[in-house]
Design a protein around this ligand. Sequence first.
Ligand code: ADP
Length: 511
Amino acid sequence: MKPTVEQALKEIERVVGAEHLLTDTATLSRYSVNMLATADILPAAVVRPTSTEELQQVLKIANTCKTPVWTLSGGQNRGYGMACAATPGTLIIDLKRMNRILEVNVELAYALVEPGVTFAQLYRYLRDNDIPLWMDVPSGSPEGSCLGNITERGAGYTPLGEKFLFSCGMEVVLADGQVLRTGTGTLPNSQTWQVFKWGYGPSLDGLFTQSNFGIVTKAGFWLMPRPPAYEPLAVTMDDPEAVYKAVEILRPLKLNMVIPNGACVTHVRKALGLTACWGEGKNILPRVGRRFDYPAETLKALKETYALGEWNFAGALYGLPETVRTYRGIVEDAFRSALPGCRFLSAEEQAASPYWRAREKAMRGEPLWEFDMSDWEGKAGALWISPVAPVTNEAVEQQIRIAEETYAKYGFHYAAELILGTGRDLHHIIWLLFDRSDAEERRRAELCEREMYDRYCEVGYLPYRTGLSTGDYLMRKLGPFRDICHDLKQLFDPNNILSPGKSGIDLANRS
Ligand code: ADP
């Protein structure tokens, strides 16, 4: 007879203890909110293992009983779905209790952590132990998982912003309970697991990012030595067209590593949305309007109060005082000659504005909340639509035009940030805020998101990540790649128990 979910849960309870297998309604509803889904996606239960060994046992049972599971590390997947599975009835595996910082190596500047380690936790650890290393943080939530952000290939604001690029070595539990270590960790006594990414033979780490081929239980990543000099740069630009010139100015500065960090060019609506999250900026919430819908006069006044332009550049310089001074001159010359109307804010002006204060902190790895704006009255829906563009003015112009046209069609307002990675690519992170409690508006948001994906893919721009409810929609555009992901899924997880539908891989019965 086919084992039931109830039987699986009973056996799993014996492994983790009754207090760590939760089935009460309040807990289940906390893990059921997907921003766009028309109904809550209720899980069957939530299990909280405390070690790799416990997780191995849980997966062996789930695999034998063919019980689908969904993995969460920090459960803060804001803008891309929240703490929720793609389909109802799964067993949520919440790895929060696996929260040990296993190693911070000061000499070689790296960390090895379990999935439950949050940005806030690692930040406090470095600070309280006076360790002269900086970490990278994404926007969003200090309670997010350092490891989860690597598996999602998140982007941050320091020179180590490309999280997966700067990760080094993973431990992964496969669907049948086997443990795999990647990189040089394939040698059990490896002395180079967190210092050399590639190991010997095929490099497998990428297979465990944005996928459902395994559950990552340890990840290494690099930290940066605290530099002797650090200078945040804040430049405001009033001309709505300035963004295109800014991209051209920044490309050589990024390619030549004058500006080494995940530098941003942010539209005023997004900057104000963020301003509303911090300190005195919270006062503007009632005036802001839920959907970035500001009357022109209000917008003008808010720009003045918070030292913002129509577009706002935040980047930083790191190094010796003399190199930072020289680089500052190079950056100023580049901006002033191409954009004479731009304004470099002084340190005092930056300190007086919640937005610029927050940027300054993020660029040296201090975690911050960015989501109060999307929490109004407990019913805000927030989505990020994130196509990647090459760093050229033509591409950025094309991407912004598509966003503005599509948002106008569905009655939303463009609010975005361009995060420049290596100097070649930029993440165009477009915020979509809507009222979740209004079914009509939620439906409009969903249609808008899908049309954005249609239009971007049509002209060759893939998003770097999607929300839970659009993985399948996007994956269906990718033809043979979708088939190969399916074949790999068969190989790693023939019973399709691990996060069915993650990134659109094997949502249910394939069609
Ligand atoms: P964060 O708190 O960093 O935002 P979440 O815990 O919300 O991250 O996870 C976001 C997504 O990343 C999850 O929906 C899941 O698909 C994937 N994920 C999280 N943790 C792991 C892990 N340990 N192994 C594999 N995938 C993971």
